[in-house]
Each structure stands twice: as C-alpha cells, then as structure tokens.
Design a binder for this molecule. Structure first.
Ligand code: HSE
Length: 397
C-alpha cells in the first residue's frame, strides 16, 4: 500500500518539497517503511507545464475529504487560510508538517492540542532554522537538561545582507534585492529586515523550551534597517561582527526574556563566523554546557528537507502521537520586560561625546563608535537620549 500525502502551496518551499520527494523517492520510502506518493498539490495558480500538472487542485475540500491522504505538508505561509486548513486536517486525523513560522508562533498551542486530541501529529521542524534540525533536538535529545538560554541567528535574509555589507561593502538595498532573487526573503521582506521573522522563530523556541505559548507581541523586536556601513566598519575594528540575534534566557526571578535585536558578536565567538544565509543556534543547558546547531537557514531545498523529514516521520509513525506541546497562555506575565535586559552596549555618537567607554573607534565622519560597561536596556536608552546617539546595540554575552 502506498501512503499518500498532499502539499499545500507551490511557492518556493512547496515546490521544493515536490522536487526533493521525487528526486529521492526510493530512499525516502525506505526510511518511511512504505511506498509513498504525492496525491494533491493545492495552489490557486495554474502550473500547466509542471510534470505533476495532474496533481494540482484549487479545492482544499478534495484533500480534506480524501481518506487516502494520511499526511499534509503545509507550505502556504501566513496565518489564514493556513490555520483553518491545518486545523481541519488535524481534526480528520491527518498529520500536518509545516514550514509556516507565523502559523506556529501565533497558533502553535491550539494546533498541537488539536493534534493530540485527534491522535495525529503537528510537526514544525521547518519553521525554525531551515535545514537545521533544532525542534526535535530541543524537546527530545536535550530533554534531560535545564535549558537556561537559547541564542541564534535565525534569519537567513538578514544574515546574508549583513555578510554582503561586511565582505563586499555592498549597500543594504542591493544585498536585499539579491536575497530576494535567491529565494531567501519572505514575500514581504519587511518581516525579515524588521526582525518579525526571527521573532516568530524565537517565539516557537521559547514556547517549546519553556512550555508556555509566547506570542510575537510579547517579544521586543528590532531589525537591521538602522545598521550602516560605518557601523560594520567600526564594529570590525573593535573586534565584533553585527548579527541579528534572537535570544531567550531564563531570569533569576523565574521569568523568561525573549528578544530580537542586532547585536555585536565578538570575533572570539563562533557565532561571529556564521555568514551568508546560514543560521546557527546556541543552546545552553546544565548537562550540555553549550551546543551549537548550524546550517542553511532558508532556501528551497534546505527548507524542503526539513518539511520532508517531518512528512516521513508522520507516515512512519502514523498512529503515534509525539508529546511535544505547550500550554496556551492567557497573559504574558511570565515574560520579563525588555527594560531589565542587561549587557554591554555599542553606541554610535557624535564625536567628542563623553561616554566613559572602554573602547573607542573614531571615524572621519564626525562620529565616534564606543562600547560601554554593562547597562540595563533602560539605562542604555537614557544614555542614548542624553548623548544624541544615532544607534545603540547590545554586545552578545
Ligand atoms: N525569510 C526567511 C529567512 C526564510 O530569511 O530566514 C526562512 O525562514
């Protein structure tokens, strides 16, 4: 018997899932322990020249009501109609594997609970870190640890842009255009460059690690649009790379503090060498000390690889419900305010400002670039206002 699955969405990731499946069908079937095939591909557009043209449908109900379809790969993106479709599939006992971080970050608790109630699985390995296996390691391989902190480069587009700015002196807009052409960026690149995509991913990690749904609106999020080539040059001289860091850490008061900000990463840290579209996630736990995960964080086949891994798992363990899930959260009182975030800081200030800083890099454009001692976010903000700072960024601890 052949296990049939459907692919919702034929964009970058969805078309990658179809391509990878047929490329490696024989070995995929060996891993799944059964023959497999794609029965439907859902998309509103027409693909008359596709070798799989006969599989396309515009009608979701055809997939939902076909009992032969045991598993669904959701690669549409966005909360709706993805949420309605995914929930309906789970209620019918069809396992779902998704690459849709917005969906998991907004509705993960509900979908995981729905899957459990209907004896099937909601998998989302592809929603964080593209090709990198991070979801399963966090809740299975590392389950024996008290995880105190997770910090990562979780957006390929911004890491690609920052790398181009560093290595090629390429202006921001040109690097963004290139990232879009390579299929890394979201449909609306605002989500990448303003940090919303990384925010969704740290929400998923936070919810998984700490057991309660963390919503994007509870997470302080700042993107990379204020970073200038002069910051890149100055931070390099000071011994740092600027990276968009998504981070969550356990606080002494028991709360958690998630955030997304561009940060200075010391050249002593392995994270500073994570370049181009690559992502990296550093996990800190009492058993493991630090473990780093590294790989391609965006792109067609890397993301499809993670989706297909989940589909194989879903087909192989059709009636096993894996226990990763987290509680819904009515309020965000377990999330610490960003005001208490503490670190050393980097400031771009008018030359001559008295920062009392330990390291200063003066460029010729009337600006100084300084790193400070430890300050809370509130103190750094006050200092920035006092000195008319043009930018201030934390230094990753
Ligand atoms: N736009 C995302 C990124 C895609 O650049 O990381 C992968 O989630």
């Amino acid at each position: 018997m052949s296990a049939k699955f459907a692919v919702l969405g034929h964009g970058v990731v969805g078309s990658g899932v179809v391509e990878l499946f047929y490329k490696n069908k024989k070995s995929i079937e060996k891993h799944a322990g059964t023959e497999m095939d794609i029965k439907y591909i859902l998309d509103l557009r027409d693909f008359p020249d596709s070798p799989y043209a006969d599989k396309f449908t515009k009608n979701f109900d055809v997939i939902l009501n076909d009992d032969e379809v045991v598993s669904v790969a959701e690669c549409m993106g966005g909360v709706e109609p993805a949420f309605t479709f995914v929930k309906a599939c789970l209620e019918k006992g069809k396992s779902v594997s998704t690459s849709n971080k917005e969906l998991v970050a907004e509705k993960g608790d509900i979908l995981l609970q729905t899957a459990k109630a209907h004896n099937c699985n909601f998998f989302f390995e592809a929603s964080v870190g593209g090709a990198i296996p991070i979801i399963r390691p966090l809740h299975r391989c590392l389950a024996a640890n008290d995880i105190t902190k997770v910090a990562g480069i979780l957006n390929g587009t911004t890491n690609f842009i920052l790398t181009k700015m560093y290595n090629d002196n390429m202006p921001f807009a040109e690097a963004l255009k290139l990232a879009q052409e390579l299929g890394y960026a979201e449909k609306d690149p605002t989500a990448d460059i303003e940090g919303h995509d990384a925010c969704r991913k740290i929400c998923i990690i936070s919810s998984l690690v700490f057991g309660k749904h963390v919503y994007p609106k509870s997470v302080y999020t700042k993107g990379i649009t204020e970073i200038q080539l002069s910051d890149v040059e100055a931070s390099d001289v000071l011994g740092y790379a600027i990276k968009l860091i998504a981070c969550v850490s356990k606080q002494d008061n028991g709360k958690i503090l998630p955030s997304v900000m561009p940060m200075l990463v010391s050249y002593d840290s392995i994270m500073s060498g994570v370049n181009d579209v690559f992502n990296a996630v550093l996990v800190y736990g009492d058993g493991i000390d630090q473990t780093m995960f590294y790989g391609r964080g965006a792109g067609k086949l890397p993301t499809a690889s993670a989706v297909m891994g989940d589909v194989i798992e879903a087909v192989k363990h059709n009636v096993t419900v894996f226990s990763q899930s987290w509680e819904s959260s009515a309020d965000n009182s377990f999330v610490e305010t960003i005001d208490n975030f503490t670190s050393r800081w980097y400031f771009r200030v008018p030359s001559g400002s008295d920062m009392g800083g330990v390291e200063v890099y003066n460029s010729e454009n009337g600006l100084s670039y300084v790193t400070t001692e430890k300050l809370t976010f509130t103190e750094a903000k006050a200092k920035a206002a006092e000195l008319n700072a043009l930018a201030y960024l934390p230094v990753l601890e």
